[in-house]
Design a protein around this ligand. Structure first.
Ligand code: GLN
Length: 285
């Protein structure tokens, strides 16, 4: 029977040999997930022998991580904006920089308003759920092209008990007509697939081999969704309604001019914690 320390050492070496960055950290985090303890508490348990089923699960996790599967898919969950979300290979793993998108929306809205919000590209449901939790009178509609993603988002909606205020709909923004919402929305938000087709092939294996490609790239110039959503948002938003986009590195100015062409005013660009231009926001005329 291997102890905690022995297992950690073997796993770290295995992950290092596979070329995984921060191998020891990965080994510790996966083991602490199995033992349901904090990572640092492993240090108090170095001599504890692992039970056979713990060793088996750990072996499986380490082998998956050695194969470049993202940590979050292995443990099946992630924290976003202080909330827990289930994730699997059908949804994009929520990113820290997307929290800036939520923060920007919250800074531009009031908790006491009965806002009607449309989110385009539900994924795990991280955006609609974070907004609904923090804007207690809001109602959110969130669309996604993938039925599998919507099932994950619905599980997360259940986890946060928000069925009465969030509706998920399977729809493709490039095709479907959302005209029944014309002139009814206060806010439209999207973190669309924005990686262009050339950059896509250069992404790290964790993304390339595991995350859903339709959530990452538009297989074109990276701007497809900004163009379509800006165009459609004009009639969906109420007068003075607001459009919020997350953008990829280097896209903010292009997105700004797309929004200007569509008549949006008061356009602002907000940087993330790495000082990368990350959110573009504008007001409907
Ligand atoms: N809205 C989800 C997120 O921000 C999914 C986005 C996507 O799939 N492109 O993580």
């Amino acid at each position: 029977m291997l102890t905690v320390l022995e297992s950690l050492k073997l796993s770290t070496t295995f992950l290092e040999n596979k070329g995984i960055e921060s191998a020891r950290m990965n080994a510790e985090l996966l083991l602490s997930h199995i033992l349901e303890c904090k990572r640092l508490d492993l240090y108090l348990r170095f001599d504890q022998p692992l039970k056979p089923n713990e060793t088996n699960i750990y072996r499986e996790y380490i082998s998956r991580r050695g194969n470049f599967e993202p940590f979050q898919y292995i443990v099946g969950e992630v924290e976003f904006y202080g909330l827990k979300f289930f994730v699997d290979k059908n949804v994009l793993i929520p990113r820290q920089e997307t929290e800036i998108l939520i923060e920007t929306i919250l800074e531009n809205t009031s908790k006491t308003n009965e806002l009607k919000i449309l989110d385009i590209g539900s994924g795990s449901g991280n955006i609609p759920i974070s907004l609904a939790v923090n804007l207690p009178l809001s109602k959110v509609i969130s669309i996604d092209i993938s039925a599998e993603a919507i099932s994950v988002a619905e599980k997360n909606r259940e986890l946060h008990d928000l069925k009465s205020r969030i509706g998920f709909i399977k729809a493709d923004i490039l095709i479907n007509n959302l005209e029944k919402y014309n002139n009814t929305l206060d806010i439209i938000v999207s973190n669309p697939p924005y990686v262009n087709k050339d950059e896509f092939s250069t992404l790290q294996k964790e993304i390339l081999n595991f995350e859903p490609e339709i959530a990452v790239t538009d297989f074109s110039d990276g701007l497809t969704f900004y163009k379509v959503i800006s165009e459609k948002s004009k009639s969906l938003l109420k007068e003075n309604g607001m459009l919020f986009f997350e953008v990829g590195q280097g896209q903010a100015e292009d997105v700004q001019s797309i929004m200007m062409k569509n008549g949006f005013k008061n356009i602002e660009i907000i940087k993330d914690l790495d000082r990368i231009e990350r959110v573009v926001v504008g007001t409907n005329k």
